[in-house]
Design a protein around this ligand. Structure first.
Ligand SMILES: Cc1cc2nc3c(=O)[nH]c(=O)nc-3n(C[C@H](O)[C@H](O)[C@H](O)COP(=O)(O)OP(=O)(O)OC[C@H]3O[C@@H](n4cnc5c(N)ncnc54)[C@H](O)[C@@H]3O)c2cc1C
Length: 302
């Protein structure tokens, strides 16, 4: 592809939205030139509950990407706990899946590339309009552009679309923990402290459960210390998962999903100021920092 090429479609962000958009564009117009840009190298991790609802599985099948769920069994049970402690549990009409996004998102990128989209690692910094074309970073010209670059979208900022109001922002902490031995069951529990805060535990079916805690940003008064104290304590923050999700071929680097992006190695229990806290403050290469396995997210609720 030479620099003078005009792409029919440029998609910014190769997460599920961007990969699906690129794949769909190629399905609708098989001869079209579709460029998929992402600043990250896949597979990459991100904070997410990893749940895949049944209707999302339907969309994957329509895209010819149903294999993105392979190796992760259907979850037939759902349990929901109200802030007062009341619970309902049962079998939804159709099962869900839980697929770590380090696996799932990479599989979708592979599907988009297999479908004919061109993947390029590039951080989008500028957008201009020139003679009816959109020009990315001063050099990549397209007839149309899709901004699928996530919750902190650069495309949105560059187009001048206002940021989300602070009241609409939520934050979350996510990790992987050993799953129990019982039947696979997704659990969502609302907690009164910080309402509408909630915790979740979504078993992947591979021996691990994605566990997390989320709340509105406005309910989060402090810093990380707040999450390490009292009722807001995240679930088992420094326990290492005993197993890792199964390999998924070339896309899986063979390490636990929740640890990438972590730069500081933190050991021991994380009670703030507690005597059991031992913190290793040395900087370590990402792949060696295997004790902090949880991950922060900041995103819109819902
Ligand atoms: C804590 C939490 C739990 C969640 N749980 C669930 C769940 O259980 N089930 C569910 O269905 N959804 C869940 N979600 C929501 C789900 O994760 C997101 O809605 C979904 O992954 C968004 O996909 P996306 O493709 O829009 O964005 P992303 O997956 O965020 O992809 C955006 C991509 O854009 C790239 N990018 C960003 N900026 C640039 C730039 N300037 N240039 C180039 N590339 C760029 C990024 O590298 C990234 O790969 C959860 C979200 C959070 C935060």
């Amino acid at each position: 592809m030479d620099a003078s090429q005009v792409w029919d479609l440029i998609v910014v962000g190769a997460g599920p939205a961007g990969s699906a958009a690129a794949l769909q564009a190629r399905l609708l117009r098989p001869g079209s030139a579709v460029l998929l840009l992402d600043k990250a190298v896949f597979p990459r991790d991100k904070a997410c509950g990893d749940g895949i609802a049944p209707h999302a599985a339907d969309e994957l099948a329509r895209l010819g990407a149903a294999h993105a769920l392979d190796g992760y069994p259907p979850i037939h049970r759902l349990r929901i706990r109200a802030p007062g402690g009341g619970e309902v549990a049962g079998r939804p009409a159709r099962p869900a899946r839980v697929v770590p996004r380090a696996v799932f998102d990479a599989r979708l990128v592979e599907a988009a590339v297999a479908g004919g989209a061109v993947l390029r690692r590039e951080r989008v910094r500028t957008l201009e309009e020139r003679r009816g074309l959109v020009v990315v970073n001063g050099e990549l010209a397209g007839r149309a552009l899709v901004g699928a670059d996530g919750a902190n979208s650069a495309v949105r900022r560059l187009l001048g679309v206002p940021l989300n109001p602070p009241g609409d922002l939520a934050i979350a902490l996510r990790g992987y923990a050993p799953a129990g031995d019982g039947p696979l069951e997704q659990f969502i529990g609302w907690v009164p402290d910080g309402w509408p805060a909630y915790v979740w535990s979504f078993p992947t079916g591979t021996g691990l459960a994605n566990v997390g805690y989320g709340l509105l940003r406005s309910r989060f008064a402090g810093g990380r210390a707040e999450l390490s104290a009292g009722g807001s304590r995240p679930p088992r923050p420094c326990s290492r998962p005993p197993t890792r999700p199964p390999p998924t071929g070339s896309s899986w680097p063979g390490r636990s999903a929740g640890i990438s992006g972590t730069r500081r190695c933190s050991r021991g229990r994380s009670g703030r100021g507690g005597s059991r806290r031992r913190r290793c403050s040395r900087r370590v290469p990402r792949r060696r920092c295997s004790t902090r396995w949880w991950r922060w997210a900041s995103a819109r609720p819902g």
